[in-house]
Design a protein around this ligand. Sequence first.
Ligand code: ADP
Ligand code: MG
Length: 835
Amino acid sequence: MNPALEKLSKYLRLEAQRGFDNRAVLGGLARILDSWKEEARDSGLAPTVIEAVTTRLRDYQRLSTSSRRVVLEGLWNRLQSEFPDLAEAPSPFGAGAQPPVDEPEPSKLPAAPAHEQPEQIIEDVPTVSPQVAPKEAEEDAPPKPEPPAALDAPLTTIQGIGPKSAKTLAKLGLETLGDLLWHLPRRYDDYSQLKTINRLWYGEEVTIIGTVEEINLRTVRSGRMKLVEATVSDGTGSLRITWFNQAWIANRLKVGRPVVLSGKIDQYLGRLVMNNPEWEPLNRQQLHTNRIVPVYPLTAGITAKWIRRVMSSVVGRLAARIPDPLPTPVRESAELIDLPTALQQVHFPDDQEALEAARTRLAFDEMFLLQLGVLGQKANWEDIRARPLAVEDSWMGRFLEALPFTLTSAQQRALEDLRADLAAERPMNRLLEGDVGSGKTVLAAAGIGIAAENGAQSAFMAPTSILAEQHYQTLLALLPAAAGIEPQSIRLLIGATSEPEKQAIRDGLQRGDIKVVIGTHALLEDPVQFDDFGLAIIDEQHRFGVDQRARLREKGDHPNLLVMTATPIPRSLALTIFGDLDLSVVDELPPGRQPIETRVLSPSERSRAYSFIENQIEAGRQAFIIYPLVESSEKIEARAAVEEQERLQKEVFFRYQLGLLHGRMNQEEKDAVMARFRDGEYDVLVSTSVVEVGMDVPNATVMLIDGADRFGLSQLHQFRGRVGRGSQKSYCMLIPQSEEGLENERLKAMEETSDGFELAELDLQQRGPGDFFGTRQSGFAELKMAAWTDVRLIERARREAQRLFSEDPELERKDHLLLRDAVSRFWRNGKGDMS
Ligand code: ADP
Ligand code: MG
């Protein structure tokens, strides 16, 4: 055994024998800390362990006897879990001088977890192989490893979770034991700092241990509010505790009993107090207090304490039995902790460092599984053959001649990529990424032209009718002249298309007369069949689900695929998520674009913004006003588009026509409103964030975003891209929700740059990927842990995945079988597949 550890365990044992009188060491336990720390460090004990010991013992002398017992016992348990040598020694805290004990706890979970309920004990957990090894009746035999846990077993297999609790948990999407284990805390409250009452400060978050001196239940405000008031003392002082509207606590607290309280120190009439602290009786394992406490997402019918107790039991019973899918060489090379420890620590961390290590491990797993899947998918693609679609240089030259403008060099590079892909014997699988207005549509048109020149058909899918119509007009203006495609061979198929026209399109596509069909989801739902489907193009790819992309592809025999996005995805991210796609970036805007003048305004300048808009309307222009939400909610003080539109129409812009667009409208209603705005029937379009990406209204020159600090930079940039599409100078005004928002660095960045990539990088650093891609991008949002900002972690995962993949691409080796399961589970759950 480590000598420093051995020494420490001797002190702890002695101290326990003496009844925690702090005399095991002359002058008190804290006296040894300095020299012990040094010794421990020299003997190679982990810094986290040393830290755990010193933080717990520093205040030891000030604690009451019962508090001392808790502290030492907690420390002992912690050390035992980390050092098996210790685990074999009998605990100095065995049945002996027990402190006063709380009443015994019933052993079942409550049927309905609607309010605070007593602890449960989980007695039985299903396993993959239920055969139980015959037990040696020997007392001190080391514990036999239990069989691995079945992750997909339903929650009700845990004794104590009945159908009713399971139903409540299902509201959080928790249906299996695995779901529960990976139901990660939303955040943590750090109550690990134990303090004595005489050393408390106003405003700090602490844990204290003390004895209940007095309890009162009072009714105030003419009977509408119940207060439980208690006085707790710990020998150094006493503290007044108040709970509001939790009358039941009065019955659970008992005078003379020790309790642990965690919360924020407040002030009342000049005295320090604690309001609504978390609390627990002292003698049990501390779940809610005296530690870094996990805070889980909640839903109606679930309390924070209840779920914490469920999690504690499940994690306690299951985590250690989760088989680790990561091959040991990978784990060692990437310097990661094992999965059982990571799961334990991410739920109930011993300290901040352990939590960090756990998060790193889980984040690595997500990236690693994502990468392995991407590599596998890419390899699959590479096996598929396709008919090469090639054109002569002279054809290409004629196409470019016919355009009303010269391609930017970024467009030229992307076109070369596209042309080479189409001419290859494998199907193209390319992501075309370019800022709003960078000119992606013309590149799609070139692809369609090349396909048609080879007799192949194309389909161009956009997320809304408005965009589909816009593309249809563009292609109709371009393709006949540049690529010699007949206008009647270019068709539009959207929801509103008449049945006879749809029938004509079906016939034309099947015969092969129609060379290109532009459409919306309607295209997928329609039973259209192609004669020779050569190229599938998807605009604004993030608006489509994985299955929709797959369905379009399935309308042909591995057609070439071009997906386009205006979301500027930083390279690190693109390589990871779209690793199976080839990437072309159009990072240059066509010349002559006027920069959009961008200003951050104070909320008090709102009326100035309105009169600016009025001036623009008088000059014949149009404006957008964007609000973050559909309806105002009590929680979020966001101005609601619905109310605002009414107010603006009545009080501000009463002489003009205002349109309204929000997420509660169906697609047809939205399309109708946008079409009216495009056609100039509305002067102002008031909208939530649903306003169409890619919608072209050249006459709109003002974009006002109210509550701008609620949006990510990438999204603000997308909104801004709705103006400045015509020849007129355009403006973007950003109003934060409150004056403090003016200091907002992010909004300042909007004033300073119009580079979407730069803003995206900033966004990623500041907000993470969930916000970055918006909630619609479900695939990304579901990654729970992955630190997208941590490029080093992403690269580490990529490197390890590539190495493993080159050794064993099918993951067939025996030591990779668990990993293969994990990869397919990860991708099956829709987290990974982004192609
Ligand atoms: P996005 O990449 O946002 O889809 P579009 O393809 O809609 O951009 O192009 C935006 C506008 O720029 C269109 O009106 C298009 O005709 C024009 N455009 C595209 N490329 C060029 C270019 N090289 N020079 C001038 N204008 C261009
Ligand atoms: Mg576009």
